[in-house]
Design a protein around this ligand. Sequence first.
Ligand code: TUI
Length: 308
Amino acid sequence: METRITELLQIKYPIIQGGMAWVAEHNLAAAVSQAGGFGLIGAANAPAEVVREEIRKARELTDRPFGVNIMLLSPHAAEVAQVVIEEHVPAVTTGAGNPEKYMEQWKEAGIKVIPVIASVALARRMERCGADAVVAEGMESGGHIGSLTTMTLVPQVVDAVKIPVIAAGGIGDGRGFAAARMLGAEAVQMGTRFVVAKESIVHANYKERILKAKDIDTEVTGQSHGHPVRGLRNQMTREYTRLEKEGATFEELEYLTLGSLRRAVMEGDVKKGTVMAGQIAGLISKEQTCGEMLEEIMKEAEQLLCQK
Ligand code: TUI
């Protein structure tokens, strides 16, 4: 299936892996790219030199192209923006902010720039300042989210811009992929499904929570201070919600979640840690290799999209 995204990123399948903090490290990114999709190293809050090492380690595992996701709230975002240039990364996605100030230097270096956006206004703005594509991410996603659903956001962004649109949020199988194509998207980005990939280094407890999750098991915390984050409900989200209702300050809530994603992903503390996941977790029921996932999704999607 060829689209402007397979052409832009030089990949076989129009499927991009989300740039998930702690989860999207070199093993996962390389496995997704090796399987024909587009893997991403999630820079999250990591220092620039850690990101550089991750890029180099991924290069040892695959000759195929992969990218880096830059989380713009990171204190290291500016240095990471420079590292992707020095390391000749072919494409960058950005999240949780407006990447305008980096755009010129990336374009000059020949890097394809794909901002993740949650509104038509930001999609338009990104197109005007030279973005090659956008990821339109609905609030079904795990992690930091906007307020529109994928179903409503994607077609409105598709109508508003000429650059290709990648749909994200709530997509976990061939049906989701086909639906995104019907909305006008030229690729999909998936996160939660890749968390449980065999090549994913995520702790078994975290994977098990996703594999056992039901449709209604995610919750959004952080609405009160403007940084809504979706994850699986647990002791941490209950405590957070209680404090939020009691009017806790931003600092108090930040303190509660300090290091909590790392504790869940790396140490398997799925009770007091933060288990970021999207609403599609309830659909995800098996651990497979990235290759098996991509083949299965594409086969199902092609059957659906070719039906008369
Ligand atoms: O960035 C994400 N997902 C993330 S980042 C992250 S780390 C984090 N943890 C706690 C709090 C904040 C961050 C975990 N998950 N997805 C991409 C995304 N970007 N979704 C929504 C947005 C977005 C939101 C507002 C992009 C731009 C924006 O406004 C920009 C502006 O300044 O107008």
